[in-house]
Design a protein around this ligand. Structure first.
Ligand SMILES: Nc1ncnc2c1ncn2[C@@H]1O[C@H](COP(=O)(O)OP(=O)(O)O)[C@@H](O)[C@H]1O
Ligand SMILES: N[C@@H](CC(=O)OP(=O)(O)O)C(=O)O
Length: 616
């Protein structure tokens, strides 16, 4: 049976294609993913990088649930709901070899025995469990006699760290009613259902289900431990979030195998080791205790090289790589932020010198506006990295901004494609001036489309319009105890200490308005306002949105801003704040959230709809 499995070619002249699958694609279109991989295997070698599952939207996806569970674990008992929550009790799987999975990682036990274990009281958690905090990020499969997607290829096996067992003990500090138990249950249920829907009944599916149970219970134990010590460090938070990609990749690797494609699960929890921690750039370390060294290009170069080596270790098996690659110095979420799997895929593409990085989504590519909100939105065939980055920063989560620099440095084109419409040409992200000088191997397909589109691109002013919602505006009016430069310095110092990112800012000598993402915790906002009140009088406007018109052709265009603002005025949409200039390719303003979708459609109609006689 093994011989009939489809594999990557062993011929090194076959080009690599790195395919990144987003959370909604993994959550909703697993069958399509398998078919796409199969279709590429005849002409190239394929490596997959996957995000955590989202069965509806990213907002309701696994990563958000994991972050929610972390918050819930730290909630004081008084803030918790009093009603009982599902199965609050963790169980501690014993590991006995079953043949398909590695011995060290497998637990197959009679159901009664599992139920007995699951009745172990949470009060019996031991300090050894707390010490297992670090082990969540270190779990990896080791050898077994039968190959499975979950076992690393031989050359990668000796890297597997020993597994720290989770052992029940005695502890009185765990609250069995904490809401995170319910959140973990929701995650487990969703992944088990996905496994059952995607794989045929049989040993592979059974073992996948056990893996899911096991990972979810490790997560539960981890959260229990965090609750006891009443702290989740940024590094621990990363490990918690990494569970999402771990679970998703197990399902994808197993589904590929079930459909006859020889796959290998690649966990990246150890890809960044101590030697690489030193590669963050000390010059950019911000002052003060909270400063974290920034990740420099040396770090990314080394990581790309390691990822390339790890992919090649899979031999002819198709690597299914977790887009999670923590722990990185200063934490993955703090340094890279959400959407980190795009960057991981980019570095994989650089590591194997792929001919193309494909980012597979649930849309045909990048549109002139979010197609869910603007029915007349059109596909943009070619877009520059700057434009794609602006769109992502301002609400259209197209691609993580750090991704593009890495692949473009390595002269690799990025193509955004639709899992449900693989025949479409998608959107190519392609630098305005082509790839960096000295490279004569620009991708012919990208160039062809660029040439065909040239007239249209030049005739069209902006490229897309986007909205970022859930915004607040903080207005600060100086108390005039300092002159202007001191005023701004104190504001920025306060924001830096609070770790707040400002999306838009507009200033006069005594007045500053700043638009930023609303805070999860009202307490954090209250604290920030209190600190800023030492500098001036503060007012806060809530329920706002940032509307941004993006386009490289606006750099030299006269009238884009005029058309944008007059169109909003005609539609009776009030503008709270305006900002143009920080980026020559972006004009932004803040409006009320309730007007967001209307504004998108108004601007799309007035600035982005091709009308033969229109000139901007
Ligand atoms: N300008 C845009 N072009 C394309 N998609 C956009 C745009 N603005 C917002 N979106 C939304 O971004 C989402 C991206 O696709 P999706 O597959 O959900 O992402 P992910 O890869 O993170 O799972 C789509 O749901 C789409 O509605
Ligand atoms: N799952 C992570 C990483 C990611 O890249 O997600 P996506 O590919 O769905 O944007 C997040 O939600 O941020």
């Amino acid at each position: 049976m093994e011989e009939h499995l489809l594999r990557n070619s062993s011929d090194n002249s076959f080009p690599w294609v790195v395919q990144k699958y987003g959370g909604t694609s993994v959550g909703k279109s697993l069958d399509s993913i398998c078919r796409i991989v199969e279709s590429y295997l005849s002409g190239s070698r394929v490596a997959l990088v996957c995000s955590a599952r989202s069965s509806h939207t990213k907002a309701l996806g696994t990563t958000n649930l994991l972050l929610q569970a972390s918050r819930e674990a730290l909630q004081p008992p008084s803030a918790r709901p009093t009603s009982g929550s599902g199965s609050q009790t963790p169980f501690f799987p014993k590991r006995v070899g079953s043949g398909f999975f590695s011995e060290a990682r497998t637990f197959r036990e009679p159901r009664e025995s599992r139920e007995r274990e699951s009745s172990t009281s949470t009060k019996e958690l031991s300090s050894s469990m707390i010490s297992s905090i670090s082990s969540l990020s270190q779990l990896e499969f080791t050898r077994s006699s039968s190959p499975s997607p979950f076992q690393p290829s031989p050359s990668a096996r000796n890297r597997s760290p020993p597994l720290t067992p989770l052992t029940p003990g005695v502890n009185g500090g765990v609250d069995e009613t904490s809401a995170f138990h319910e959140t973990v249950d929701v995650l487990k249920k969703g992944h088990l259902e996905a496994a059952r829907q995607s794989l045929r009944p049989g040993p592979l599916r059974d073992e996948l289900e056990d893996e899911i149970e096991r990972d979810c219970e490790s997560l539960r134990s981890f959260l229990c431990a965090a609750q006891i010590i009443d702290e989740i460090s940024p590094r621990s938070q990363d490990s918690i979030v990494g569970t999402g990609e771990r679970l998703a990749c197990k399902i994808v690797a197993a589904a590929l195998r079930d459909k006859g494609i020889d796959s290998e699960l690649v966990l990246l929890d150890n890809i960044v080791d101590a030697s690489m921690q030193a590669l963050s750039d000390p010059q950019l370390t911000s002052s003060g205790d909270q400063g974290v060294a920034q990740l420099g290009q040396d770090f990314y170069d080394q990581l790309a090289q390691r990822l390339g080596e790890r992919i090649r270790e899979c031999g002819t098996r198709v690597p299914v790589i977790t887009g999670y690659f923590g722990p990185v110095p200063g934490s993955l979420l703090a340094q890279i932020g959400r959407g980190y799997t795009d960057l991981c895929a980019a570095l994989c593409a650089v590591g194997v010198q792929a001919k193309e990085l494909q980012v597979w989504k649930e849309v045909d590519g990048i549109f002139t506006a979010d197609p869910r909100k603007v029915p007349t939105a059109r596909l943009v065939p070619v877009i520059t990295p700057d434009e794609a980055a602006e769109l992502t920063y301002y609400g259209s989560e197209v691609i993580h901004p750090f991704t593009m620099e890495q692949v473009i440095r390595a002269q690799i084109p990025i193509r955004i494609k639709n899992v449900d419409h693989p025949a479409g040409s998608g959107t190519i992200i392609y630098p305005d001036e082509g790839f960096p000088r000295g490279i004569d191997s620009s991708p012919p397909a990208a160039l062809r489309i660029l040439e065909e589109e040239k007239d249209k691109i030049e005739g069209r002013m902006p490229t897309a319009v986007t909205i970022k919602d859930n915004i607040i505006v903080l207005n600060i009016h100086s108390n005039r105890k300092t002159i202007s430069h001191g005023f701004l310095a104190r504001i920025f110092g306060t924001l830096d200490r609070a770790g707040v990112v400002v999306d838009l800012i507009s200033t006069s000598e005594v007045h500053v308005s700043m638009a930023m993402q609303d805070f999860h915790a009202q307490r954090r906002l209250d604290r920030l306002v209190k600190d800023l009140e030492r500098i001036g009088e503060i007012t806060v406007s809530k329920d706002m949105a940032i509307l941004s018109l993006v386009g490289r052709n606006m750099r030299n265009a006269i009238g884009s801003a005029g058309l944008m603002f007059s169109s909003l005025a005609k539609a009776m949409i009030n503008i709270e704040m305006i900002s143009q200039g920080a980026s020559e390719i972006n004009i932004s303003c803040v409006i009320e959230n309730k007007d967001a979708v209307k504004a998108l459609n108004v601007i799309h109609e007035s600035c982005l709809t091709i009308k033969p006689s229109r000139s901007i």
